[in-house]
Design a protein around this ligand. Structure first.
Ligand code: GDP
Length: 377
């Protein structure tokens, strides 16, 4: 599957940059393209200059609202983010439209941190603009939820998150919810934290996007997951999970396909599935999902259809209402990994929590926005 990736605001841009890096990796390691174009949109010129992989011309790093913000951002006022995105939406569409390989795009992926200003306000507006132009292509959003400390200390956080998600949900086909707090690891140093987190957030897309683009028979599974399967599996609130189990080196000496080997493979697969479920991108209950997709990737010798089927039975036990799609992807040397999508979630507590907490503070923030705009003038 090939995506046109558009990041909005600092968070969205950095993660879009990570997708550009992922595409480079797919090209060099596998000879595959999974991103037709990666774009960064921001009101802050300095943030745009800090990116590494997205092309540095103005058609890929798109500065919006320059006239109103002087290139210094919107200061977490997401209504202002929405307004400048609307005013400059032609600039964004124009850049996407003229990208070299745009015609190969299967779907759009828009990315933003919901608690900020530019991305939070801009993402629903840009999604709607793309929707009006490209009726036939699915549009997905990747919404990054704030850290717990931001929710506790910055009042605007909850309000921005709630208003962003509420206006985004009806205009896109699916919203990937990704909670920053779930990616904090004790062993990350503070300085590297965000870039490590961004890499972890993007990692599950690697096999998922590559599997359907493989041309060489030895990497094509018995059941391939292609763009059609992914599109069918994505509706509404969606979470992702990724788990991997390393394969011991000495396994190469155990030849034959005896029952012990097979049960060990299944066990490793279940272990990877367990990790994917326990490390979902947002805490949720799998039984609330209406659709699910899992992709198992392992060296061809380690893969068997029983493994794929057992994982399906295991998932069905946890998500009994879900229509489950699956696939296998014979790749790699040293791991079995499982990529999991749970979609059409009826309830996500985190989103419900934002909505109910934000309803009381709407008027208060309206006043502060007027004050911010006065300062800018
Ligand atoms: P904007 O530039 O006005 O859209 O604001 P930001 O993109 O900085 O949004 C703020 C939110 O995004 C906060 O919840 C931050 O924790 C989060 N954030 C900012 N940069 C990053 C990043 O590089 N990675 C991740 N995962 N989150 C980020």
């Amino acid at each position: 599957m090939k995506l046109a990736v558009v990041g909005l605001g600092q968070c969205g841009d950095r993660i879009a940059d990570e997708f550009a890096r992922l595409n480079k990796k797919a090209r060099s390691q596998r000879g595959i393209e999974i991103v037709t174009g990666a774009f960064a949109v921001n009101t802050d010129a300095a943030d745009l200059s800090g990116l590494q992989t997205i092309k540095s011309d103005y058609q890929h790093r798109i500065l919006i609202g320059g006239r109103r913000t002087g290139g210094h951002g919107v200061g977490k006022i997401n209504e202002l983010g929405a307004e400048v995105a609307k005013e400059d939406s032609d600039k964004i569409i124009d850049a996407i439209r003229t990208a070299q390989r745009f015609f190969e795009t299967d779907a759009f992926l828009l990315i933003a941190g919901v608690a900020g200003g530019t991305g939070s306000g801009g993402i629903p507006v840009v999604a709607q603009t793309i929707r009006d132009r490209y009726i036939d292509k699915p549009i997905y959003a990747m919404s990054i939820l704030p850290f717990a400390h931001e929710e506790e200390t910055e009042e605007r956080t909850i309000y921005n998150s709630a208003t962003c998600l509420k206006s985004l949900y009806p205009v896109v086909d699916a919203v990937f919810l990704v909670d920053n707090q779930r990616y904090v690891r004790k062993d990350f140093s503070l300085r590297n934290n965000l870039s490590k987190i961004n890499a972890l957030m993007v990692e599950p897309f690697y096999n998922l996007l590559c599997a359907g683009e493989e041309k060489r028979t030895k990497h094509i599974g018995a059941r391939t997951v292609d763009a059609g399967d992914i599109i069918q599996s994505l509706v509404g609130w969606t979470v992702m999970g990724y788990g991997k189990t390393p394969l011991p080196l000495f396994r190469w000496f155990s030849f034959g396909r005896n029952f012990i080997k097979k049960s060990t493979e299944t066990h490793r697969g279940i272990q990877a599935m367990d990790e994917a479920i326990s490390e979902l991108s947002v805490k949720c209950n799998p039984s609330d999902s209406g659709r699910a997709l899992y992709l198992v990737s392992a060296p061809a010798k380690e893969m068997n259809m029983d493994l794929v089927k057992e994982l399906g039975d295991y998932l069905k036990g946890m998500a009994p209402e879900a229509v489950i799609r699956n696939g296998d992807y014979p790749r790699g040397k040293s791991l079995i990994d499982v990529t999991l999508l749970l979609s059409e979630l009826s309830i996500v507590d985190k989103v419900k929590g934002y909505y109910s907490k934000a309803s009381g503070v709407v008027h208060e923030f309206k006043g502060r926005r007027d004050e911010f705009e006065r300062k800018l003038r």
